[in-house]
Design a protein around this ligand. Structure first.
Ligand SMILES: *Cc1c(COP(=O)(O)O)cnc(C)c1O
Length: 707
């Protein structure tokens, strides 16, 4: 008897390790609770890393802990749910896209899956991560290909002068949810690519994302020259040679890895142009197999689709002929085609020797379908690439759009999950594409105004306490004594705006402070207090973006904004989750039309937050007049100063005349009735559309199946 129990416990302990190595737990609050409970301190210190938590717990302790019947019961329930998720045979995919002939291989330079796996820099990565999670939920056979950045993006610190500093901790794969890909007979699986005249070897790490698999390529091997060992160390790190080198590993290396695993995808989906070299490798294979160029190219085109994300010409990777010859010449010599021929694939006008090699052009030429990431961005992209299709009117250029979404179960905080589980039932996460289902949210019966308002208070307070803890750490680090009280920082009763994203300059973080003399009174109305939390990283080489951070930090020290304007360091998916839950209002004021989609504003809705944003990207189509507020009239000025001035004026007026009055207009029970009605309208209209289940289903039907 005794022995049998121990056997069960040993098996549970093993299954917990399996669970920690499948990121399924990142969208299941109950699973997260297990790891948090095992060691609250390790959980916090490791930025919620389940593998790290288990690493520090002995078998002896784990077995002992599992003797606690309540804990053991929770573990068994979660494991059962996990198992039935992995085993379910009837899925959206089995019912809707059963004709799909093989797996989808999805290539992306970054994957934002969870804060504990920091291989992303911003929205593009988070989108890739959310895409994979929904592909798993929908049951689509799906393989992600990315790079393992051993030093991640960077950790942000802000010095006393407000200047961003970058720290590069080294991450250890054995402390991450990764396993080395090995050969059937054991020993790690090595592949190689040619970069210039060097052979560069890479290994791969496997991450499990529910039912989907992600492979992360890594050149940190003793077989490589020192120089190439660090090739994959940083997200978008280094000079242009590093950039091309990383893109060779991702695109060409990714295809070689799949071949060595004997995986033959039906679709290659390039998420942004970084991976477009994969088409050259597919082409090389076809030519080697004896096809002529035209047949070979057709065969590549039939398998590839491409999603573009960049609405400005300057944002696309462009490489000189010299660089291309230098880094890809040797690889290309295997095809017996000329180097001019290679260049022509990346040129709008193949015959023009002065044109640079553009990854987006390569991807467009080698894909059977392409798309932008919102309706407006689709339009902008067709206009931007019309020269590639000289014989077609702009409206008929074959670039469509699929508007981005979010993986709602990952972004909903534990408390939001609990709130909706209680009211909708635990299967609400399976109903994200069902508009009728979300209809009922507009009626009082499901959740009363009082309950929704209570939820807003709970989530706002959680954010404020999170901010105070983080600020205390920041003060302690720069030499404060930690005794100074932070209780005055932010008020749980005040209208709370959040602004968080990469500090790319087009996003105009400091726009709100363009005319201080007008903003100061707005922040200092004792009857209607306003406060704002900022967070975001600037790219290490973007000094303009760093000056924007400095400006925000300076504002947070301004006596008129003290305790009302704060800047939180080290924006990541965890900080994002806290902020999207706590925000009453999510502010986004990019320079239109540069926000291809944006997704952060979509994350607030399930928490009862409202968007107040420029009519750009997803919000341009999501806003209906009553589910939040728009800024600007949807027009674009050519004079940037004039545009900023106009957008500030509109932002100011909207805030002073609509947002603030509505938040503080209360009934006799203290409820802001119109505000809550707006929240309900936002939930009903936005939740069932701006999520990745809808988005991935759209990709599957429109693009994965056809061809
Ligand atoms: C959602 C998210 C983004 C995307 O934000 P946008 O405002 O859409 O640019 C970027 N970074 C992190 C950490 C996120 O969670």
């Amino acid at each position: 008897m005794e022995e049998q129990t121990n056997e069960i416990l040993t098996s549970l302990a093993e299954q917990l390790h399996t669970l920690a190595h499948n990121l399924w737990w990142t969208w299941n609050p109950q699973a997260q609770e297990i790891f948090r409970e095992l060691s609250p301190l390790a959980w916090e210190r490791s930025n919620h890393n389940a593998v790290d938590v288990l690493h520090d717990i002995s078998r002896q302790e784990l077995t002992a802990r599992l003797h606690d019947p309540d804990f053991s019961k929770t573990v068994q329930e979660v494991l059962q749910e996990f198992e039935s998720y992995l085993d379910s045979r009837i899925t959206w995919a089995s019912e809707h896209i059963a004709e799909l002939k093989g797996p989808v291989a999805y290539f992306s330079a970054e994957f934002g899956l969870h804060e504990s796996l920091p291989i992303y820099s911003g929205g593009l990565g988070v989108l890739s991560g959310d895409h994979m999670k929904s592909a798993s939920d929908l049951g689509i056979p799906f393989i992600g290909i990315g790079l393992f950045y051993r030093q991640g993006y960077f950790q942000q610190r802000v010095g006393p002068d407000g200047w961003q500093q970058e720290l590069y901790p080294i991450y250890h794969p054995e402390r991450l949810p990764l396993e080395l890909v090995t050969q059937p007979e054991g020993g790690r699986l090595l592949n190689s690519v040619e970069i210039g005249h060097s052979t560069v070897y890479f290994q791969a790490w496997r991450a499990r994302i529910g039912r989907a698999t992600l492979y992360l390529l890594d050149t940190n091997l003793p077989e490589n020259d020192q120089h190439f060992q660090g090739l994959t160390a940083h997200v978008y790190g280094g000079d242009i040679d590093t950039r091309v080198g990383q893109e060779i590993i991702l695109g060409i290396g990714g295809v070689r890895l799949l071949n060595s695993l004997k995986v033959y995808p039906a679709v290659f989906h390039m998420n942004e142009g970084h991976s477009a070299f994969l088409t050259l490798e597919l082409l090389r294979e076809e030519l080697k197999a004896g096809k002529n160029l035209e047949e070979a190219q057709d065969s590549v085109i039939a398998r590839c689709i491409f999603t573009t994300h960049t609405p400005v010409p300057a944002g696309h990777d462009r490489f000189s002929q010299e660089l291309m010859h230098h880094l890809l010449g040797n690889f290309w010599s295997d095809t017996h085609l000329s180097l001019d021929q290679l260049m022509s694939f990346g040129r709008i006008n193949p015959g023009d020797p002065h044109q640079l090699f553009t990854m987006t052009v390569l991807a467009l030429k080698m894909s059977r379908a392409a798309n932008g990431v919102s309706r407006l961005h689709g339009l902008v992209s067709r206009e931007m690439w019309k020269e590639l299709y000289p014989f077609r009117p702009t409206g008929e250029i074959p670039i469509g759009h699929v508007t981005n979404g979010i993986h709602t179960p990952s972004w909903a905080t534990r408390k939001a999950h609990d709130f909706w589980n209680k009211r909708l039932g635990i299967d609400w996460t399976d109903k994200l594409m069902d508009a009728d289902y979300w209809h009922k949210i507009e009626f009082d019966g499901l959740a009363t105004d009082e309950e929704l308002w209570a939820l807003r208070y709970v989530l706002r307070r959680d954010l404020i306490e999170f901010v105070r803890l983080r600020l205390r750490d920041q003060y302690l680090r720069i030499g404060g004594d930690g005794s100074s009280s932070l209780d005055h920082v932010l008020s749980p009763d005040a209208l709370t705006i959040c602004f968080a994203r990469r500090f790319a300059t087009y996003k105009r973080a400091p726009l709100l402070f363009r005319h201080l003399e007008r903003m100061i009174p707005v922040f200092n109305d004792p009857q209607r207090p306003l406060q704002i939390v900022f967070a975001g990283k600037a790219h290490p080489r973007d000094n303009e973006g760093k000056r924007f951070i400095q400006k925000i930090v300076e504002m947070s020290h301004h006596p008129q904004f003290s305790g009302k304007v704060v800047f939180l360091e080290n924006y990541d998916m965890n900080v994002a989750r806290q902020m999207v839950a706590g925000a009453d209002v999510w502010l986004n004021n990019p320079r239109r039309p540069l926000e291809a989609s944006g997704t952060s504003g979509q994350k607030v809705v399930i928490h009862g937050g409202l968007n107040f944003s420029i009519l750009d990207g997803w919000w341009c189509e999501g806003f209906n007049g009553t589910n939040g507020w728009g800024i600007g009239d949807g027009e674009t000025e050519s004079d940037l100063e004039a545009q900023d001035e106009k957008d500030f004026a509109d932002l100011f007026t909207g805030l002073a005349e609509q947002v603030i009055p509505e938040f503080y207009s209360r009934n006799e029970r203290g409820i802001p009735v119109r505000w809550i009605a707006r929240i309900r309208n936002a939930m009903r209209t936005l939740i069932p559309v701006y999520n990745t289940d809808r988005m991935v289903a759209e990709y599957a039907r429109k693009y994965y199946l056809k061809g």
